[in-house]
Design a protein around this ligand. Structure first.
Ligand code: PPS
Length: 347
């Protein structure tokens, strides 16, 4: 048996081999990310870095019973998921902004199907992660939250469901795209790094406390949760001609929201008028979404929240420019050129 295979402690239904991240590598990660309470794992192929609770849900996620009316919003973290979740849900269920459900928590309307991997196995029953979803309590009254709040909520939601994931296409059943529509959002890697750095400092469950250049090293080496970004994007990019896959750049949403909403309207088959689309654009604008305060900030570090903002930080395409030194920018340009060598041009 190869030495590599000795480290494999399980094989998932998707065929991925799971290794636990341990030794010096895990020690270094624990120091830099003291919020991680569980172990990390790596999946091969792909070298996906995830929390070890993923192994508890992986096969159910892989075998999830999708319905033909489902729309999945899929992104690597910090690419504009929340914005796109709200856009897609509003286009499908609230285009005239008169649906009272629109006032409920976004995560209850558009469940984050892999969120449960962030909840440690020994989380107490009153942990906010296990008890914060009114929709779960309503739709799954007899379910055990430890079996996955958002996974079971996703199962129970009535049609038409809109579901969010940060997992790559490669971790789902290969038939996914034959059944559902997937909206895949990408963002300039420098903006992603700045936003993910902020997120990792803001939330104590991650607890990163180093500067941007140290964070960028983790990002470019594929050592952040949901990494590697380039493999994530490549998996979608290679299938970009598939009629059930719709690719969006965050920067295009910022540059011309009406054009992007019209493209989405065609993809989703929602047949909305320009007046309705303009309402959707306004309702999902950064300022309006920030003002509606999507609860996440109740988990935030008060210091970071006060000094640098909360979950809705800047919402700009080029804010990264004020954070990168010329040296860091040059390094990252070289990295983008090397890793994203499959024809994609970030904006
Ligand atoms: S997460 O935690 O991975 O789900 O984060 P995600 O939603 O993918 O990305 C968060 C970034 O998106 C910005 N954002 C928006 N930008 C423009 N318009 C709207 N409506 C909007 N909503 C969220 C958010 O501010 C994060 O980007 P940064 O650059 O950090 O501001």
């Amino acid at each position: 048996m190869e030495e590599e295979d000795l480290r494999v402690y399980m094989v998932l239904k998707s065929g991925h081999k799971v290794e636990v991240v341990d030794g010096e590598e895990m020690e270094a990660i624990r120091k830099d990310f003291p919020g991680y309470k569980t172990n990390l794992i790596r999946l091969t192929p792909g070298r996906w870095l995830l929390l070890d609770r993923y192994t508890h849900f992986a096969n159910r996620l892989y075998d999830f019973k999708w319905r033909s009316s489902d729309v999945v919003v899929m992104t690597y973290p910090k690419c504009g998921t929340t914005w796109t979740q709200e856009i897609v849900w509003t286009m499908r269920k609230n285009p005239d902004l008169d649906n009272p459900e629109g006032a409920t928590t976004l995560l209850d309307r558009v469940p984050f199907i892999d969120f449960d991997i962030f909840v440690p196995e020994d989380a107490p029953a009153d942990s906010p992660f296990l008890s914060m979803s009114p929709a779960f309590r309503k739709l799954c009254p007899d379910a055990d939250p430890k079996d996955g709040v958002y996974l079971q909520l996703s199962e129970a939601l009535p049609d038409p469901r809109t579901i969010k994931t940060h997992l790559s296409l490669s971790l789902f059943h290969p038939s996914l795209l034959d059944t559902v529509k997937v909206v895949y959002v990408m963002r300039n890697p420098k903006a992603v790094a700045v936003s993910y750095h902020h997120h990792s400092r803001l939330f104590s469950e991650v607890g990163f406390h180093g500067p941007l250049d140290k964070f960028v090293k983790y990002f470019t080496e594929g050592n952040l949760v949901y990494d590697p970004y380039w493999v994530h994007v490549k998996a979608a990019w290679e299938l970009r001609e598939h009629p059930n896959l719709h690719l969006i750049f965050y920067e295009d949403l910022k540059a011309d929201i009406m054009r992007e909403l019209r493209r989405l309207d065609t993809f989703l088959g929602t047949h909305l008028s320009d007046t309705q689309l303009a309402k959707v654009a306004e309702h999902t604008s950064f300022n309006q979404m920030k003002a509606r305060r999507i609860d996440y900030d109740s988990f935030a570090s008060p210091e970071v929240l006060q000094s640098e903002g909360g979950f809705f930080r800047k919402g700009e395409s080029n804010d990264w420019q004020s954070k990168f030194t010329p040296e860091l920018e040059a390094d990252m340009d070289a990295w983008v050129k090397e890793k994203f060598d499959f024809g994609i041009q970030f904006k």
